[in-house]
Design a protein around this ligand. Structure first.
Ligand SMILES: [Ca+2]
Ligand SMILES: [Ca+2]
Length: 281
C-alpha cells in the first residue's frame, strides 16, 4: 500500500518545465555567462487556441537555420508560435508534435519540431547526439525560466527572461528520458537543474544536442527544483529518424504550398491573356 501511495504522489509531483536552479554559493553571473555561450538556445512564445488565448513562454534549440526542436508540451494546443532572436520575432510556419506524445503522460515523447518562416543565421548549430551512451556523461543544460537555488527551489518572482546554463551528469535513462539530479551536489562546478521556463531548451554532450528539457520529478512531493528533485530531458538519440523524416515531410509540404501560391499568382495573368484580343499582325 505504501508503494502505491508513493507512486501516485510521484505522478502528481511531476511538473512541466516552463531557467533553472543553481548551486547556493556559486554566483548567478557564472550561470548567465555560460548561458550566453549557448547561442542556439532561444525563447519561444505564442498563444494557445483556448477560449482565453493564453500566452506561453518556453525555450527551444535551433538545429539549423530553418528548424527548431522544443518540448511537445510547450507548443501543444498552440495556434501561434514564434522564436525571438536579437529582439525580433521569427514565426514558425509549421510545428510537428510527436504523434505518440500524450499531455497526460509527462516524460514520454515530449518532443516537437518547428520550421521557421525565415531563417535565423548563427555561426554554430549543434549536431544531434546519436550515440546511446549518455549515461554517466557530463552535460551542459540551458534555458530561459525561473531561477532560485537548490536550497530555496525556484521562485515565481525570479523570472527575468534571461538565459542561464549550467552543468550536470546524466545519472540514469528511463523510457525516453535522460535524468539529472542534485541529490548529491558537486558532480560538476556549475551544477544546474531545470525549472519552469526551461522546457524545450537543450541538454548538450560534447556540444551536441542530446536532450530537450521536459519535466522535473520531485522525490519530496514538491517539484520546485531543489535538492532531491530530478531533471527529465527527452532523449534526442531516440528520435534521430523521426527528426530527419519529419523535416523531409515538412519540406514537401512547404514546396507544395509555394507551388500552389505560384499557381494562384499565375492564374489572373492567364485569364487576362485569354480575354485580351490578339494584336493583328
Ligand atoms: Ca548531479
Ligand atoms: Ca522538491
Amino acid at each position: 500500500m505504501k508503494k502505491i501511495i508513493f507512486l501516485i504522489a510521484l505522478l502528481f509531483a511531476i511538473s512541466p518545465c516552463l531557467a533553472g536552479t543553481i548551486e547556493p554559493g556559486v554566483p548567478d553571473s557564472k550561470y548567465l555567462k555560460y548561458g550566453e555561450q549557448h547561442e542556439c538556445v532561444l525563447p519561444i512564445m505564442g498563444h494557445y487556441a483556448d477560449p482565453l488565448n493564453r500566452s506561453f513562454k518556453g525555450s527551444c534549440v535551433l538545429i539549423d537555420e530553418n528548424y527548431i526542436l522544443t518540448a511537445a508540451h510547450v507548443v501543444y494546443g498552440s495556434m501561434t508560435q514564434y522564436v525571438v532572436y536579437e529582439g525580433k520575432a521569427y514565426p514558425l510556419s509549421i510545428v510537428a508534435i510527436h504523434v505518440n506524445f500524450d499531455p497526460k503522460k509527462m516524460g514520454t515523447n515530449d518532443i516537437a519540431i518547428g520550421r521557421l518562416q525565415r531563417p535565423i543565421k548563427l555561426d554554430f548549430y549543434p549536431e544531434i547526439y546519436t550515440k546511446k551512451n549518455e549515461k554517466g556523461k557530463v552535460c551542459s543544460v540551458s534555458g530561459y525560466g525561473n531561477t532560485g537555488t537548490f536550497e530555496t527551489g525556484w521562485k515565481p518572482e525570479k523570472y527575468d527572461h534571461k538565459k542561464r546554463a549550467g552543468s550536470n551528469v546524466i545519472f540514469n535513462i528511463e523510457r525516453n528520458c535522460l535524468l539529472t539530479s542534485v541529490t548529491d551536489s558537486g558532480d560538476t562546478d556549475l551544477e544546474f537543474l531545470i525549472a519552469p521556463g526551461d522546457s524545450g531548451g537543450g541538454l548538450f554532450i560534447d556540444q551536441k544536442l542530446a536532450g530537450i528539457n521536459s519535466a522535473v520529478i520531485a522525490t519530496d512531493g514538491n517539484p520546485n527544483s531543489d535538492y532531491g528533485d530530478l531533471g527529465c530531458h527527452t532523449r534526442v538519440s531516440d528520435y534521430v529518424e523521426w527528426i530527419s523524416k519529419t523535416k523531409e515531410l515538412i519540406e514537401v509540404l512547404i514546396d507544395l504550398e509555394e507551388k500552389q501560391k505560384e499557381k494562384k499568382e499565375e492564374s489572373p495573368e492567364l485569364i487576362k491573356k485569354a480575354i485580351l484580343p490578339r494584336k493583328e499582325s
